[in-house]
Design a protein around this ligand. Structure first.
Ligand code: GI1
Length: 441
């Protein structure tokens, strides 16, 4: 079990577990429109074993059982995401009544179980119809998304404890348009530069629209790595710093300082949208809270073969998870205190933290991983970071994007043949932390 006690975090600290619509819902029915992940995963070679989110964890039908798991585990909150194509199948225009009904029942189900709904408006499942209109590369997405955000707020806003506009803008932009690893799968520096700006412009535009509607508790969720040089050479130190710029500072500087870092701008060069500086007041709209997703560190070396972003990742020596990421809890303490010291005194939530482990229901390494990272949260709080909550990723084993179902992050095991849910040892560790009991339902 964990070495920490619930009281160590203070009575107001929120514990939750997190998921995302495309990764768990399935339910490609009842008027749900196509998403870019439906098309990306249907394209051979993009996802391990040709896996798709067509069925996933069948959460669309099994959500009461999944909410029961959260309640029985003693969690205070549930971080979930709305599927834009389920609510507005074409991305703009008419809403889907059955989509609205689904989330109405889901959110009421949370409230009935005493679970605080922590919503994310966008966790990567863009309506395919909008991709056909340029997707994130089209500046008009800011207006499309703001209209979608206003619809969500009008139907559900009164019941949401917190709302994040976008999950991990770095993944939406760089991972998906520079590296091509995620949908829509571009490897195009010009696309990456434009989306790296458009995603934050979209966030800020939605914040303004939601404020006009009186919406409260608005934030964004960004992912952070401890970016370190692979050696002490000046070139590798520069590579580590540049990756810190690409992954961390682009978003922190943009959101909280209203400007992008010069070292990354220099790499994007002429590919940035014209007059992007005119948008920075919108990009850096005041927020009510900030979400931090943290998993690991990364090591970087200079790579002279690349003209733009001349760096390459180097495998590190630390113990690794089943997805190959080093286990580095110190990085969570470091990023929380860095954000608090250098960027914002807003309430902070660790909105994702967890590890992939080989299949099984006994997962002592995952228990140790969570215990160590919870210790980092406590250390950051002691150093002055106003960390208000922590969400484990993920409640369920689920569709792990390009890795398909092979990589399992769940506190609860899912048998994808039968859809049987089985709490793992790590779930029991949280249950003991949060309820004092180890009483399976
Ligand atoms: C590069 O790691 C990111 O911080 C990150 C890791 N993760 C994420 N972002 C996403 O928000 C989740 O949908 C993933 O399932 C989860 C596990 O891969």
């Amino acid at each position: 079990m964990f070495t920490h006690k619930r009281a160590d975090f203070g009575q107001d600290f929120i514990f939750g577990a997190a998921t995302a619509s495309y990764q768990i819902e399935g339910g490609q029915t009842d008027g749900r429109g196509s998403s870019i992940w439906d098309t990306f995963s249907a394209t051979p070679g993009n996802v391990r074993d040709g896996d798709t989110g067509r069925v996933a964890c069948d959460h669309y039908n099994r959500w009461p059982e999944d909410l029961d798991l959260l309640a029985d585990g003693g969690f205070d909150a549930y971080r979930f995401s709305f599927a834009w194509p389920r609510l507005i199948p074409e991305g703009t225009g008419a809403a889907n009544p059955k989509g609205i009904d689904f989330y109405d029942r889901l959110i009421d189900g949370m409230l009935e179980r005493g679970l605080k709904p922590f919503a994310t408006l966008y966790h990567w499942d863009l309506p395919s119809a909008l991709q056909d209109r340029g997707g994130w590369m089209n500046r008009d997405i800011a207006a499309w998304f703001a209209d979608y955000a206003v619809l969500v707020n009008s139907r559900f806003g009164d019941r949401l404890a917190a709302t994040a506009t976008i999950n991990e803008p770095w993944c939406v932009a760089y991972l998906s348009h520079m590296l091509g690893i995620h949908a829509p799968g571009y490897r195009d520096i010009r696309a990456a530069a434009r989306v790296s700006h458009n995603v934050l412009l979209t966030h800020g535009t939605a914040i303004a629209a939601l404020r006009a509607e009186g919406a409260k508790n608005l934030g964004i969720v960004c992912n952070f790595e401890s970016a370190q040089p692979a050696s002490d050479s000046p070139e590798d130190r520069e590579a580590g710093r540049l990756w810190d710029g690409v992954f961390n500072r682009w978003y922190l500087d943009g959101l909280f300082k209203g400007r992008y870092p010069d070292d990354v701008l220099a790499q994007f060069g002429p590919h940035m949208p014209q007059a992007y500086t005119d948008d920075m007041a919108v990009v850096s709209a005041p927020l009510d809270w900030f979400g931090i997703n943290y998993y690991s560190r990364s090591l970087w070396a200079h790579d002279p073969r690349r003209s733009a972003f001349p760096l390459r990742q180097v495998e590190g020596p630390l113990e690794k998870t089943a997805i190959g990421w080093e286990i580095y809890p110190q990085g969570l303490e470091d990023i929380l205190t860095r954000i608090s010291d250098d960027y914002t005194k807003l309430p902070l939530y660790v909105t994702e933290n967890g590890m992939a482990e080989v299949e099984g229901t006994d997962d002592p390494r995952r228990v140790a991983y969570y215990d160590a990272h919870l210790g980092s949260v406590l250390a950051a709080r002691q150093r002055g970071a106003d960390v208000r909550g922590y969400f484990g990723w993920s409640l369920l084993d689920n569709f792990e994007w390009a890795e398909g179902y092979d990589k399992r992050f769940g506190l609860v095991h899912v048998d994808y043949q039968t859809q049987k849910r089985t709490p793992k040892t790590s779930y029991r560790a949280f249950q003991t932390l949060l309820t004092g009991a180890n009483n399976p339902r």
